[in-house]
Design a binder for this molecule. Structure first.
Ligand code: ZN
Length: 310
């Protein structure tokens, strides 16, 4: 069963896209109403959702709770030569009593990968758009009490710039509740599978990294081109579609507030009214779409939805 195919407004949504000889699949770990506006966007006005509720509800904001709907998924890129995973969600079996969302999960993530024909041994590359906890979880799994790389034959590509920033921060007190550095990153390095690369590293024909610093210092996007089409996996440059309409709202996780805003605006400007398919890390089903101008800012035109008004 491919659980990425969900029923929404009575219609099956695509979870595979083709770019010439390259295919991209979306494999969901989970998605649900999760965050309050005040938590995710602490600098947004208290009633900041009010002007947007008419287009956010019910698919992007839960009308009852008012919570923003957030997804966690991996994009699986298959070229004629390589299988590449982009972002590895939260992972299983983490003991995080202080962070209940990550605590002792048992998502059927590997089963979902298998359902699209991807066994762990077949993965050639793992790319993390950045080194936050919800992008590195399936880098490892617990086997006989030890954290080991989930994908034994993969090279894990980490931005050199990103690593240089985090390696100094992971040992600080802020991470004692959330030691994902120890269980999701260090075992990959210890196994000799980590490769530290520049932010514009070409991974394979038609698959390249692009620097997009701000959310984190070494945040990268992944650009996929083939068959005359382009997609960009944009990681956490935006967490929720409301940020297309409110591009100055930074998430509580953005390391560099000014850099985040500047990168987000430049990204929206660059891709507005182009056919480039944008694949953010946390937008709920149907998860992907295009940027279109709307009012004084932009809107996200989800695939299969009516185009938002100008
Ligand atoms: Zn994230």
């Amino acid at each position: 069963m491919n659980t990425a195919l969900t029923i929404r407004t009575g219609q099956k949504r695509m979870s595979r896209w083709s770019f010439g000889a390259i295919t991209v699949d979306r494999v969901i770990e989970f998605e649900r109403p999760l965050a309050t506006l005040a938590y995710l966007y602490p600098t947004a006005p208290k009633d900041g959702l009010a002007p947007h509720r008419h287009w956010l509800e019910p698919d992007l904001v839960d009308p009852l709770s008012g919570l923003l709907k957030i997804a966690f998924h991996t994009f699986v890129i298959r070229t004629p030569r390589t299988t590449i995973l982009v972002d590895t969600c939260s992972g299983n079996d983490r003991h995080r009593p202080q962070k209940t969302r990550y605590h002792m999960n048992s998502w059927p993530y590997l089963e979902r990968l298998a359902a699209i024909g991807v066994q762990p041994e077949a993965v050639d590359y793992v790319l993390c758009t950045h080194l936050h906890v919800d992008h590195v979880g399936w880098n490892t799994r617990l086997v006989d009490g030890r954290w080991v790389p989930t994908f034994p034959n993969a090279r894990y590509l980490f931005s050199r710039r990103e690593w240089a920033y985090w390696v100094d921060h992971y040992e600080t007190e802020a991470f004692t509740d959330d030691p994902y550095y120890q269980d999701s990153i260090l075992p990959v390095i210890a196994a000799g599978q980590a490769v530290f690369v520049d932010d514009d590293y070409p991974v394979d024909h038609g698959v390249t990294l692009e620097p997009s610093p701000g959310h984190t210092p070494g945040h990268v996007c992944i650009r996929v081109t083939g068959g005359g089409r382009t997609a960009v996996m944009s990681g956490d440059l935006m967490h929720h579609a409301v940020q297309c309409a409110e591009p100055d709202w930074n998430s509580c996780f953005c390391v560099d507030p000014d850099g985040s805003r500047a990168t987000r605006r430049a990204f929206l400007e660059r891709h507005a009214e182009t056919p480039t398919l944008i694949m953010p890390a946390h937008f709920p089903t149907p998860a992907v779409g295009r940027i279109v101008p709307s009012g004084k800012a932009w809107r996200f035109w989800f695939e299969g939805e009516p185009r938002p008004p100008r």
